[in-house]
Design a protein around this ligand. Structure first.
Ligand code: ACO
Length: 364
């Protein structure tokens, strides 16, 4: 029997995260995500995912130092980025820059946590460096007095961000650090299962993340909301799209058959951050209308907002350019990908499913 899209197939055992899709719950290393977003920082959560336990003060400080000391791009990576055509999309730039980073340093088998930390530290710098380069502006070098998320926002804008913006982005980044065997993580694990290096596994993952059905969805959410704002009739736009067989970006999930807990947490943060706001009102109207219409037009499919729907709204609230949404998702998901590659390497079997030939036999 063929399981299209490998739906429902369990491909590996993992200790990293658990998704309870029926009840809309997500756990990192046994800690429920809503508890994590209440009290932990990006770095503490990354530590938890990489090492399997929460850090003490000394371990946390050592991780922060290691991330900071790996933020600078090597000259050859900068040169590689500078050479790329200006029209190249940012996800392809990240994929290429990571590949270039792997060109000179030793990323051979087996992958290590220090390689994982280095690659994770570099991605925000790659994004900011390319953004400033395209704007024809000089790059704002990383600041060692700022932690991961604050420094990322600083490198993008050249201003020390306000606490509310750091908090909003940090919640988003924590919520998207890891999510089981999603398409990009699977991609990373497949590449690692051949005993290829961490850089190759991560470039596979970045390429997979780029697609609109996975990490590319937030920009699609903005387009959907803009179109609805222009037409002024959410029901009409949504109904027509669904009847045409289009997918509504930011809705539906392979695993969650109820509310995505990440969308719930982001929505709550957004309400706290912006309160009464025209744009948030529009997002909530679209959510309510779409959920109602999807229940009518796609009965029994259980379609609700996913993390990307309110991610787009959070990014909009902190004035982040839509082009940076998927790259920012990538910057956080680096932690999950690398944790999975490390886990794969510890107990490796090459992934090699089969296909069923349905063409003609004995052509001649
Ligand atoms: N809008 C309209 N209909 C939808 C949507 C949607 N967003 N999502 C699923 N459906 C419908 C499908 O058309 C299908 O209907 P059918 O049975 O009549 O053919 C049914 O619901 C089941 O859909 P599948 O595509 O089989 O569900 P699957 O689990 O394969 O897909 C996915 C999940 C890819 C997320 C899908 O819901 C989708 O494309 N959503 C829009 C893109 C998006 O928001 N992606 C971000 C996901 S979160 C993340 O990657 C971080």
């Amino acid at each position: 029997m063929i399981q299209k899209g490998l739906k429902g197939i369990v491909a590996a055992e993992t200790l990293i995260s658990h998704i309870d899709g029926e009840n809309g719950r997500l756990f990192y290393r046994g800690y429920e995500i809503r508890e994590i977003t209440k009290g932990f920082s990006f770095e503490e959560t990354a530590y938890l995912l990489w090492f399997g336990h929460l850090p003490d003060e000394e371990q946390l400080s050592a991780l922060k130092d290691e991330l900071k000391s790996n933020r600078e791009l090597p000259e050859y990576v900068k040169v590689a980025i500078d050479q790329l055509p200006p029209a190249m999309d940012l996800m392809s730039v990240i994929r290429t820059a990571i590949s270039a980073e792997g060109g000179q340093l030793d990323y051979g088998w087996k992958p290590s946590v220090s390689q994982a930390i280095r690659l994770t530290a570099l991605v925000p710098t790659i994004i900011a460096y390319r953004k400033r380069f395209l704007e024809g502006q000089s790059f704002f070098p990383p600041r060692s007095d700022l932690d991961f998320v604050g420094n990322y926002l600083y490198m993008l804008n050249g201003k020390v961000p306000i606490t509310a913006h750091i908090e909003a982005l940090e919640i988003y980044m924590i919520l998207t650090l890891e999510h089981g065997m999603n398409a990009s993580t699977f991609s990373a694990r497949v590449t690692a299962s051949t005993e290829s290096d961490l850089v190759s596994a991560i470039t596979s993952a970045v390429g997979t993340m780029k697609g609109p059905l996975h990490g590319g969805a937030p920009s699609g959410v903005i387009e959907l909301l803009d179109e609805i704002a222009m037409v002024g009739d959410a029901e009409k736009v949504i109904r027509e799209k669904v009847l045409r067989g289009e997918k509504l970006m930011g809705f539906g999930h392979r695993v969650y058959k109820t509310h995505d807990p990440r969308a719930v947490a982001l929505k709550a943060k957004l309400m706290e951050l912006v309160g009464e706001n025209e744009w948030l009102d529009l997002a909530m109207t679209v959510e309510n209308t779409a959920v109602k219409l999807l229940a009518e037009l796609k009965p029994g499919r259980l379609l609700y907002t996913n993390v990307e729907f309110y991610a787009a709204a959070i990014m909009k609230a902190i004035n982040m350019d839509a082009k940076l949404f998927t790259p920012t998702f990538t910057a956080s998901r680096m932690v999950g990908w690398t944790a999975h590659v490390l886990e794969q390497a510890e107990n490796n079997t090459i992934y090699r499913p089969q296909s069923k030939y349905i063409g003609i036999h004995n052509k001649s």
